[in-house]
Design a protein around this ligand. Sequence first.
Ligand SMILES: Nc1ncnc2c1ncn2[C@@H]1O[C@H](COP(=O)(O)OP(=O)(O)OP(=O)(O)O)[C@@H](O)[C@H]1O
Ligand SMILES: [Mg+2]
Length: 336
Amino acid sequence: MKTTQATKPAGDTRNPPLLEVNKLRTVFRTNDGEVYAVNDLSFRLEKGETLGVVGESGSGKSQLVLSIINLLASNGHARGSIRFRGQELIGMKPREINRIRGNRIGMIFQDPMTCLNPYLTIERQMTEVLMLHQGMDRKTARQQSIGMLDAVHIPDAANRLKRYPHEFSGGMRQRVMIAMALLCQPDLLIADEPTTALDVTVQAQIIQLMNELQKEFGMSIIMITHDLGVIAGISDNVMVMYGGRICEYAPVFELFQQPRHPYTRGLLQSVPRLDLAGNMRLHSIPGNPPNLLELPAGCAFADRCEQRLEICSREQPALRELAPAHFSACHREAES
Ligand SMILES: Nc1ncnc2c1ncn2[C@@H]1O[C@H](COP(=O)(O)OP(=O)(O)OP(=O)(O)O)[C@@H](O)[C@H]1O
Ligand SMILES: [Mg+2]
């Protein structure tokens, strides 16, 4: 069993990946004390790879990606290292990171209205991104915007461009947001629950669209979702988070076939077969998530774990590679 020669998620340094996060810690100052939202988290993402991120509410998924794009709330602070195309993002000047964010990293959220301005036409919003970030003239920017709306299968794109966001249905608005995120052909697309608010059919269409666009543009994707069907449909690798840490990380097929961490097993329990339609939501596990104001010395899941050992509440388990590219942080596995 390897512990230090991990190929992923920590990785070797000879071939720098698209994104390499090392010992990331994200802390929020609050009146009650410091909230430890992301704790000592490391992983790497290759070009063209899709990483699915799952975990219960409050496990740190959104704060992880907000740390990457430097959009934490003002009481939050990220430490450690986030290298994007070899460039360190932590500590980068706001102006530089803004340029990367608009150009190289696209972001889509659950609610498109967090990205779209209700008072401006789609045309104005799309063309301004291209004029600002790529120095295009208005006419070229308009052509490019129409091309991108076509790419996300919005019919009659030239006319739709003149509309305001509220004139689109939920699914169409989501497409517009994806089109906007892809306008500058980013190397990385970060999607935080992009399909949660949509009905199942539209959701499936959006996932198919993202797969299609990924093939066309070759970008990498980080996809946060509670939906295992989405994870199965889009991910190469899956990261399971608990208490701001990675508890398991594995190729998608392996994770579903052979989950190793008791928390992952709990989440996957009673999930119907992935090739069948049905309820794909994560299973809920009895007990409460850890208090992030006071993280325990040992495994954050120990209180809720039916297989805990004596060591679990004393010592933090290391993330170990149990099979090629399959990592789990559990004392039980370390014993076997
Ligand atoms: N500005 C803030 N100040 C204090 N704590 C915060 C702040 N923003 C987030 N947190 C805390 O950070 C923790 C992780 O939050 P995060 O938003 O990453 O969860 P999540 O995994 O995305 O959950 P969900 O599935 O509900 O979206 C939570 O306990 C949350 O309360
Ligand atoms: Mg979230």
